[in-house]
Write a protein that binds this ligand. Sequence first.
Ligand SMILES: *[C@@H]1O[C@H](CO)[C@@H](O)[C@H](O)[C@H]1NC(C)=O
Ligand SMILES: *[C@@H]1O[C@H](CO)[C@@H](O)[C@H](O)[C@H]1NC(C)=O
Ligand SMILES: *[C@@H]1O[C@H](CO)[C@@H](O)[C@H](O)[C@H]1NC(C)=O
Length: 375
Amino acid sequence: MASHKLVLLLPVIVLFTITTGYVMASPPAVKAAYWPSWSQTFPPSAIDTTLFTHIFYAFLLPSNVTFKLEVSESTASLLNNFTSTLHQKNPPVKTLVSIGGGSSDPKLFARIVSNKGSRSIFIDSAMEVARRHGFDGLDLDWEFPKNPKEMVDLGQLFKEWRVAIRKEAKSTHRSPLLLTSAVYFSVDFQWDETYRKYPVASIAKSLDWVNAMCFDYRGSWDTSATGAHAALYDPNSNISTSYGLASWVRAGVPGNMVVMGLPLYGKTWLLKDPKVNGIGAPATAAGPGDDGILTFSQVVKFNKENGATVVYDAKTVSTYSYAGTSWIGYDDSRSTTVKLKFAQALGLRGYFFWALSYDSEWEISKQASRAWIIG
Ligand SMILES: *[C@@H]1O[C@H](CO)[C@@H](O)[C@H](O)[C@H]1NC(C)=O
Ligand SMILES: *[C@@H]1O[C@H](CO)[C@@H](O)[C@H](O)[C@H]1NC(C)=O
Ligand SMILES: *[C@@H]1O[C@H](CO)[C@@H](O)[C@H](O)[C@H]1NC(C)=O
């Protein structure tokens, strides 16, 4: 009897293994970018959708009084235009609305996630707005939960959000909304003496994937030396993309739920001595650009207009350029390609750019789309 059952079960087990193996190995790759809604010069119609699978609308904010997403009439027509334009394109891309962003108030999200009532109001409002304006999904960009309690609360939010999404999909017979989150480059971190770690169990169960923000490691807050702000490797610290991405996987988030962030912008410094011009060279101030930031298209223009020397640094996997005392650390097609290979070797799901409109004639976006081998 027992052995008879085993014989019957064996093909089922093999089939199950093959099927789940297949499913786990091949959720569709993510080639994404955030679209800054304030970028006047770059309407949704200008987006080349052959290069992307998902575009994130950046950003909507919850009201700090009602905890609901407040959508003015003009924002509503922009949201509608965004989703209908991108869905009508050939090929169409999926659209997600991202809530929060780097300049939103982190304390507001802490309040929202702190109790069930406010979480529920926020979740319902986000889903209602996503559906009303034709989005395929939702993204939360809270920068950042500041202590272990806020991380636990965030995990609770994700769990309840997933339950609500399943329920809505079932009752409306529609595909469930996607649910993602923009997160710090590493799964745990210590700032202001406070150690905190993302709620990995909840994330692995509740989200479609996380967008790890693998950039901004250096910037105008430290003008003493130049730096590679999105270095793949750093021999002297754990502040690097390789460390951060591996930390997510090591903590138990499946690689195919991790998406690598890539910057389409550089960070600039003024060199103390133009002759000492490597990574880590002494600097005196932030360089060209608003707060020492130049978009990739501005970097290309700066390099050309100033006859800058451009150097690829294999140690960090980054690119820098300098002209006179101006110094820029950034990623170009070459460093981006090496990072993509790293991410693929780690089994990650894909990549995203901050931000779509910062590229130069789609140069890096095109190279990335070619370099990501869908296997
Ligand atoms: C809510 O936001 C407004 C402006 O956006 C601000 O003036 C006010 O102080 C905020 N209230 C709270 C409780 O954070
Ligand atoms: C989106 O807005 C642009 C500019 O206002 C307009 O030309 C275009 O027709 C709109 N597209 C859709 C699908 O609403
Ligand atoms: C880097 O992280 C590892 C654990 O992942 C830790 O053992 C090591 O001390 C860290 N190194 C630095 C320089 O912080």
